[in-house]
Structure formats: structure tokens, C-alpha cells
Design a protein around this ligand. Sequence first.
Ligand code: ACO
Ligand SMILES: O=CC(=O)O
Length: 161
Amino acid sequence: MDEILYELRDHSVGLNCGRWDYIFSYVKTFQAHPDRLLPDRVLVGMNQHFMRTYSDLLIRTCHRRGVHAMGGMAAQIPIRDDPVANEAALDLVRKDKLREVKAGHDGTWAAHPGLIPACMEIFTTHMGHNTPNQIQTMRREDASAITEEDLLQRPRGVRTL
Ligand SMILES: CC(=O)SCCNC(=O)CCNC(=O)[C@H](O)C(C)(C)COP(=O)(O)OP(=O)(O)OC[C@H]1O[C@@H](n2cnc3c(N)ncnc32)[C@H](O)[C@@H]1OP(=O)(O)O
Ligand SMILES: O=CC(=O)O
């Protein structure tokens, strides 16, 4: 991450925590390692150790370099013809954004324009109305101890396929 920011120093204002790309990289890199077979996709979420530490390291790295740590993309989108399912989807997005803002992210990425009000509400409420980012306040020095093993730890859960 440091190297990416260095090379892009004249262009980049931060990094995005690309959760789906990270999972894909894990699958692709370890495709010949049967012991690295992932559990069911629905279980490979941001609470798994390797994903959480990836997010924490990204926040620390970006904030040390004075740039934004953007959150990632929750997969849910609005479900217009079913208010109950729509609310359930929005609730999952809100929980995901709450985790991000509390971890120290400065903003996030929405999969669909209809999700932006919910994302804005969570970030504005928890970061403060006049606080554009958390670069100075969420240094995440605790993430300095993250190791390669943390970033690669096999996610836990069942495999039904
Ligand atoms: C890492 C990534 O970001 S990967 C991409 C993530 N995003 C997605 O996968 C969701 C993409 N969106 C969709 O697939 C569609 O919204 C569907 C198929 C679910 C529904 O299609 P529709 O009913 O035609 O569109 P919908 O009413 O939801 O969209 C409303 C408007 O938002 C736009 N829109 C929808 N999703 C996005 C998006 N991700 N980015 C930008 N604009 C979008 C639509 O083009 C439409 O614009 P318009 O009113 O100017 O025509
Ligand atoms: O690029 C986006 C992601 O979530 O990966």
C-alpha cells in the first residue's frame, strides 16, 4: 500500500478498501493450495480476520501518509418492489458502514445511488457534521503489528459446495 501511494503521489488522494478484489486475489493466488479453499461466499465477510486486518492496515497506511482511507462496497442494492426486503438490505449496508466509520475510514463506496443517503447518514453521524475525514484522529497505530499471516489467515466457516 505504501508503494502504491508513493507511485501515485501526484494523483491519488487515498486508497479504496476493495474487498471483492482482495477476495478474488486470495482465490487466484492460492488456487493450487487445497488447504486454502474458502468457505461459502456469504461467510467471507469483513469480520473475517484477514479482511478486517486488510481494512485496518489500509486505514493506518493511508492516514500515516495523510490521505483518505475509503471504505468498500457492500453488495446489497435497493429492492424497490419489496419494502421489507429493501429495509433488510439497507440495514445490512448501514451496519457495514458503521463498522467502517468506527474503524477509521473517511468515506465509502456505494454499489447503487439509492444507497448514498444511508451511507452519508452513518458517516455524518459518526464522524461529525464538520469533520471531513479522520486522517488525524484515527491513526490506528494498533495496526502496526499486522503481519503477513494476519492478512492471509484462512477465513473460517462451512463449505457446502
Ligand atoms: C466494485 C463495484 O462498484 S462493482 C458495481 C457495483 N454496482 C452494481 O453491481 C449495481 C449496478 N446496478 C444495477 O445492476 C442496476 O441498478 C440493476 C440491474 C440492479 C437495476 O437496474 P434498473 O432498475 O434499470 O436501474 P435502477 O433504477 O436501479 O437505477 C437508477 C439509476 O441509477 C443508475 N445506477 C444504478 N446502479 C449504478 C451504479 N452502480 N453506478 C452508477 N449509476 C448507477 C442507473 O443507471 C439509473 O440511472 P438513470 O435513472 O439515470 O437511468
Ligand atoms: O473494487 C471494489 C472491490 O470491492 O473490490
